[in-house]
Design a protein around this ligand. Structure first.
Ligand code: KG4
Ligand code: ZN
Length: 334
């Protein structure tokens, strides 16, 4: 089954053709990052307008790259939640028109389920059940993936998402948006033991809280500037990155053990972080847990992951969109 998938939830206009949920026939991403960078973050109206301008060319290229015509695909899929509402609406409306015009089924996909599915493309042997750590710009949660379409939440952030904390700390250090990748680079030449950072507390042991940690680092940077003291930016980046990776990893591995999982996966934009990848690999190996991580190219937003999840939504869940499908800025995963 060949699915043409569309993703426009934030600042990437993306389209891909995916075969049987696992094989990429094409994967096109038009990023708007350079423009949003000027403002230090995503400007929702600009994002919507750029999606509007780019979507036809991106979808056409995904078909051309796959050497296919619209009539050759079996279904159209689209991210319908969560994300920036104006951005989502562009993709949803485009996909609705495309599917209706071509007489193909339309499959709505939850963006975070798509992030998890990126692992199916990269790892043909991975099948549920397994436990997944999702860390992106808007979400941070531990999920039990019971089947391709059945998820149970074990824990989630009670305030900021991990990616959000990375981006805000990066901003105060002086890195451009999105800052996570710059923290990652700076951390490689820093001393992670130089700054002592606080350990956040949560009522549920598998929930996360990054807001206090983020504020502590921001205050530390401001105070040192006010006092005219030099800030060791690389070491602050390294200390912060290690702290976040340590929190995510220790809670995730503890949850995997408590619920008896021997298979685990990482997903979301923050899964690209080298400190998180290596610490999680090390701790999963120590605990005898087989860990799957998507390649960096599939960690950030893309439509291939949406096409993968769409295949399972359709074949396992029998999901197709109603005629009045809408887009939603927020929607729980389960
Ligand atoms: O999943 P994603 O592409 O978009 C959302 O669905 O939110 O995640 C974007 C987030 C941003 O906060 C970005 O800074 C972060 O992922 N990110 C990273 C790295 N690469 C992307 N954070 C830390 N280290 C990285 N290497
Ligand atoms: Zn995302």
């Amino acid at each position: 089954m060949k699915i043409l998938a569309i993703e426009s939830s934030c600042d990437e206009t993306a389209a891909a053709v995916i075969e049987d949920g696992r094989r990429i026939l094409s994967n096109v991403i038009a990023t708007q990052i350079d423009e949003h960078k000027l403002y230090g973050g995503v400007v929702p109206e600009i994002a919507s307008r750029r999606h509007c301008e780019n979507i036809l060319a991106v979808v056409e290229k995904s078909l051309t790259d796959a050497q296919m015509k619209l009539s050759d695909v079996d279904a159209v899929a689209v991210t319908y939640a969560p994300g920036l509402i104006g951005a989502l609406l562009v993709g949803v409306n485009f996909a609705k028109g495309l599917a209706a015009g071509a007489g193909k089924p339309l499959i709505p996909v939850h963006h975070i389920k798509g992030h998890i599915a990126a692992n199916y493309i990269a790892h043909p042997e991975l099948e549920p059940p397994y436990i997944c750590l999702v860390a992106s710009g808007g979400h941070t949660q531990i999920m039990r993936v019971e089947s391709y379409t059945k998820f149970v939440t074990v824990g989630r952030t009670t305030d900021d998402a991990a990616g959000e904390a990375f981006d805000k700390v990066a901003r105060v250090i002086g890195f451009p948006y999105p800052g996570g990748v710059h923290i990652d680079k700076a951390a490689q030449s820093g001393d992670r033991t130089k700054y002592k950072l606080p350990e956040p507390h949560t009522v549920n042991p598998y929930d996360f809280s990054f807001s206090g940690l983020k504020t502590f680092v921001i205050n530390l940077a401001h105070n040192s500037k006010q006092r005219g003291e030099p800030l060791d930016e690389n070491s602050l980046a390294a200390s912060f990155q290690y702290k976040v990776a340590d929190i995510l990893t220790s809670k995730f591995v503890a949850a995997a053990k408590e619920y008896g999982y021997k298979t685990a996966a990482l997903a979301g934009g923050v899964a690209a972080n080298s400190g998180l990848r290596s610490l999680l690999e090390q701790r999963c190996a120590e605990s005898g847990i087989k860990l799957y991580i998507p390649p960096i190219a599939l960690c950030g937003d893309n439509a291939a992951m949406i096409g993968s999840q769409a295949y399972y939504e359709y074949t396992e869940g029998g999901v197709t969109a109603p005629d009045d499908l809408n887009a939603y800025a927020t929607m729980p995963l389960v």
